[in-house]
Design a protein around this ligand. Structure first.
Ligand code: GLU
Length: 326
């Protein structure tokens, strides 16, 4: 840990960042900077919903709350060769096999009683070379990692011990696009990332990513999965909830500094209405004291006294939601 390591924020440019994404970015920055690490930005733009204007906007919004990054952003779309090389190296070790299953077939397949939900049942695992060749002619396969299905638990800085069971997960999709788990592991490994801070919806991907990092010979990072932001109804926060992205808030007279103050307050690092700098937040930051519950976002209450959102209170009723489902 320390001078040579790095943390990162890795948004997918498929929309605007909302307050929950900005809070995760702030936490990733705080974890990295307070442990002497570099902080890197990676644009996860392999998805066909990615758009350059979302990427530009996301970078502007991160700057508006003051977050700085070391070096230029790394773009996954420019790194396809690195992902293919990784799969080739696994293929040479017979750790990769083609899979012809449809989603429906995977859902309907019988599976072991304790298999985790969504785990691949192994249907194409032991096809003969002749069958593989014949079926490859009909349909381009996805390529899966051959695992032993074993346990792969890990210790998370915020979640404690997370149990996990491996399955044969996809590395390359049938359309040739590298899968999220492959790209993240290759990037984290090659970018020298030794600390991963991200939303806790990704905690269940971590056993797979750790296993793949080990196979590819990368040092396995440490992990902190942070609670998500929810709307007043207890669903994951989304742009359509209104007054939750910087562009929506700017229209209500609320700028980056106020947003930083509200994010800091939600983390127990600032008083309501207090103007804070990142340096102050860094000096107050203590991972052990971070809230472990989802953050319920009610913009009218958060910004009501500061912007023109006060009048929205009546439109955003809702109670406190303690738990996140799923
Ligand atoms: N690109 C992912 C997202 O925006 C985050 C991936 C990661 O941090 O590993 O949810």
């Amino acid at each position: 840990m320390g001078a040579t390591g790095a943390g990162r924020f890795a948004p997918s440019p498929s929309g605007e960042l909302h307050l929950g994404n900005l809070r995760t970015a702030l936490l990733a920055w705080l974890f990295a900077r307070t442990s002497g690490r570099r902080f890197l930005l990676r644009i996860e733009d392999l998805d066909d919903r990615s758009r350059p204007h979302h990427e530009r906007r996301q970078i502007e919004d991160l700057a508006a709350i003051g977050l700085d990054f070391d070096g230029p952003a790394v773009r996954q779309s420019e790194r396809r060769a690195a992902y293919t090389d990784a799969v080739d190296s696994l293929r040479r070790r017979d750790l990769v096999y083609p899979c012809f299953c449809t989603r429906q077939e995977i859902r309907d397949a019988p599976r072991a009683p304790h298999a985790p939900p969504g785990a691949y049942p192994g249907t194409c695992r032991n096809l003969s070379a002749a069958t593989q060749a014949r079926r490859c002619r009909d349909k381009p396969p996805a390529w899966r990692l051959r695992t032993d299905g074993g346990e792969q638990g890990y210790d998370d800085a915020l979640l404690g011990h997370v149990a996990g069971v491996l399955d044969d997960f996809v590395l390359l999709r049938g359309d040739g696009v590298p899968a999220y788990n492959l790209a993240v592991v290759v990037d984290d490994g090659q970018m020298g990332i030794d600390q991963v801070v991200r939303g806790d919806d990704l905690a269940s991907s971590t056993p797979r990513q750790r296993h793949l990092a080990e196979l590819l010979g990368y040092a396995v990072p440490e992990y902190a999965h942070v609670p998500l932001a929810l709307n007043a109804a207890g669903a994951r926060l989304a742009k359509r909830d209104g007054a939750v992205t910087l562009s929506q808030l700017v229209g209500d007279g609320i700028g980056g500094e106020m947003v930083l103050g509200v994010l800091a307050q939600s983390l127990g690092l600032a008083e309501p209405g207090e103007a804070v700098s990142l340096a102050q937040l860094a000096s107050r930051f203590d991972p052990a004291r971070l809230p472990r519950q989802p953050w319920v976002v009610q913009p009218a209450e958060l910004f009501g006294a500061q912007g023109r959102l006060g009048g929205l209170c009546a439109e955003h009723p809702g109670g406190f939601v303690e738990h996140l489902d799923g």
